[in-house]
Ligand binder design. Structure first.
Ligand code: SF4
Length: 173
C-alpha cells in the first residue's frame, strides 16, 4: 500500500506502478476547491473553518474560489429562499463535473426554523447534495468532518462520476 491508500507496486528496477483511477481519485479528494455560497450566519462558521485555528488546508480544501468554473465543491451555508433558488441552481449547473455539494446548517438542509412561504425547505429540492451538516450553527469542526466524509465518498466512487440526471435517477424517492 502506498501513500494514503493508493496501492503501489515497487519493482526491483526502482519503478513504481499503480492504477490510473486510484491516482485520479487521490488527486480529486485531496484538492477540493470550495465555492462558498454563504447567505447567512453559517457562512461565518465556514470562515472559522478556513481560519488558521481550524485550518481546512490540512485537508487540501482551502483554495476558496468565487467562480463556479474554478470550483468542484459547492458549499451552501445559510438560508435559501425561493427567489435565490434559481441562482443557486445556475451556479451549480455552471460547475464542471465532477462536482460535489455540501449543505451546511439546518437552514440549507431543511429550511431550519424558517418554515414559511418564502424559504426552500432543503436545497436538495433543487440540487443534489452529497453531505449534509446538521446544526444551527454547525461548528467549524463539523465542516472539516463533512470534508473528510466527502473524501471517503470520492475514494469509493468510480473514475467517471455519474452526471446530474443519472444521479437524480439513483436518488431514493
Ligand atoms: S442554520 Fe442557524 S446559523 Fe446557520 S444560517 Fe440558519 S439560522 Fe444561521
Amino acid at each position: 500500500m502506498g501513500v494514503k491508500g493508493i496501492p503501489v507496486t515497487k519493482h526491483e528496477t526502482g519503478l513504481i506502478t499503480t492504477r490510473l483511477d486510484e491516482v485520479i481519485r487521490w488527486g480529486r479528494k485531496n484538492s477540493l476547491w470550495p465555492l462558498p455560497f454563504g447567505t447567512a450566519c453559517c457562512a461565518i462558521e465556514f470562515m472559522g473553518a478556513v481560519s488558521s485555528v481550524f485550518d481546512i488546508s490540512r485537508f487540501g480544501a482551502e483554495l476558496v474560489r468565487f467562480s463556479p468554473r474554478q470550483s468542484d465543491l459547492l458549499l451552501v451555508a445559510g438560508t435559501i429562499n425561493y427567489k435565490l433558488g434559481p441562482v443557486l441552481k445556475r451556479i451549480y449547473d455552471q460547475m464542471c463535473e465532477p462536482r460535489y455539494v455540501i449543505s451546511m446548517g439546518a437552514c440549507a438542509c431543511s429550511g431550519g426554523f424558517y418554515d414559511n412561504y418564502a424559504t426552500i425547505q432543503g436545497i436538495d429540492q433543487i440540487i443534489p447534495v452529497d453531505v449534509f451538516i446538521p446544526g444551527c450553527p454547525p461548528r467549524p469542526d463539523a465542516v472539516l468532518d463533512a470534508v473528510v466524509k466527502l473524501q471517503e465518498m470520492i475514494d469509493k466512487e468510480p473514475q467517471r462520476r455519474p452526471r446530474q440526471p443519472e444521479r437524480e435517477r439513483e436518488r431514493p424517492r
